[in-house]
Design a protein around this ligand. Structure first.
Ligand SMILES: Nc1ncnc2c1ncn2[C@@H]1O[C@H](COP(=O)(O)OP(=O)(O)OP(=O)(O)O)[C@@H](O)[C@H]1O
Ligand SMILES: [Mg+2]
Length: 332
């Protein structure tokens, strides 16, 4: 019989290519559905490699603008000196080398969605021009005088803490409030529980198709190593390690060293007390997520007093941080 993660993998791939069935991802999918119904700007936050671009595309495809263009601009990848002309375009003769008119990405997205990726890295000069566009709905190409009306929905994404960037005067707070009307938070891989295995099996199935070698699967120690790793690079890191492992493994069975992961710590049989604690901690985490950080409701659901709930949360190092769209993030 195939392992549970493998059996579940096929059903968990959504039409938008996103995989996930854990509570955090279900909440994300519901958030995406809700924001797709609106035409207001959305800010997607999340660590690197958590799927922000995938989420932006999913919002666009589920929105009324789905048949119109989705245009992405990576504000970190374009040199600051070129960003203005990339965004706003230019007229012929606007500067040396401007041999003919070029449309900017804002104009290219006419009627559709403009995805401003890594918005936290946008230079202040471009922030000012972008803000002006958001306020007026109009742009002027560089070197031009015509004011052009552009109707786009803005989705932006960032892995940097924009509130900290505002405090450091690297990001305009008025722009932040324009961009961040609705918010979606991508959970990091370490908050996705069983989805880690689901993703690993799915990614391996994809790599298997391209692989010149016969890949049979992960060894049990490799599976434990995957579960124990912290995944700072999130889904992208997982994909890269699996690709590397598929090329490196020798007899078709992927070992921790093929994934360049540390050998997993030996697992000792659990004591009854440890099993009880893990179950208690799991029940609290799930109740917190279900009840959107309302501790009164969590205590009521679990049939304990609030004082007991506070004590248990302290013992298990659980912290509730206000999430987005009412989502709850629990950190150990
Ligand atoms: N839930 C998911 N299911 C399947 N694939 C995913 C999922 N999340 C991310 N990926 C894949 O992981 C990779 C990284 O995703 P993406 O580029 O959307 O992340 P990101 O948050 O924009 O990363 P960065 O901050 O580095 O730009 C992509 O190949 C994407 O297809
Ligand atoms: Mg990205």
């Amino acid at each position: 019989m195939r392992p549970a993660a493998q059996r579940g993998a096929a059903q968990s791939v959504r039409p938008d290519g996103m995989i996930g069935s854990c509570t955090a991802m279900q909440a994300l999918f519901r958030g995406i559905e809700k924001v797709s119904l609106w035409d207001t700007p959305v800010l997607i936050s999340g660590e690197s490699g958590t799927g922000k671009e995938l989420a932006a595309q999913a919002i666009h495809r589920a929105s009324e603008r789905a048949q119109k263009p989705f245009v992405a601009v990576n504000c970190a990848a374009i040199p600051p000196t070129l960003l203005m002309s990339e965004l706003f375009g230019y007229e012929r003769g606007a500067f040396t080398g401007a041999a003919k008119r070029k449309l900017g990405r804002i104009e290219m997205a006419q009627g559709g969605t403009l995805f401003l990726d890594e918005i936290g890295d946008m230079p202040l000069e471009s922030q000012t021009s972008l803000l002006r566009f958001l306020e007026t709905g109009r742009i002027e190409r560089l070197g031009g005088t015509e004011s052009i009306e552009v109707d786009v929905r803005i989705i932006s994404a960032t892995h940097v803490d924009l509130e900290a960037a505002i405090a450091a005067e690297r990001f305009r707070s008025d722009l932040y409030h324009r961009l961040c009307v609705l918010r979606v938070r991508q959970p990091p891989l370490r908050e996705r529980g069983g989805d880690l295995m689901l993703l690993a099996e799915h990614m391996l199935a994809g790599v298997r198709k391209e692989s010149p070698n016969r890949i049979r699967g992960f060894s049990p120690t490799a599976l434990r190593a995957i579960q124990q790793h912290d995944w700072p690079g999130n889904v992208r890191e997982l994909i890269n390690r699996i690709r590397h492992a598929a090329a490196m493994c020798e007899d078709g069975v992927i070992q921790p060293e093929d994934l360049e992961l540390a050998a997993p710590a030996e697992e000792r049989p659990l004591t009854l007390a440890a099993i009880r604690e893990a179950a208690e901690q799991g029940a609290i985490v799930e109740a917190l997520q279900r009840n959107h950080e309302r501790l009164i409701d969590v205590a009521a659901e679990l049939g304990i007093s609030r004082v007991t709930l506070f004590r248990l949360m302290r013992d298990y190092k659980l912290q509730v941080k206000k999430g987005d769209l009412g989502l709850v993030c629990v950190q150990g």
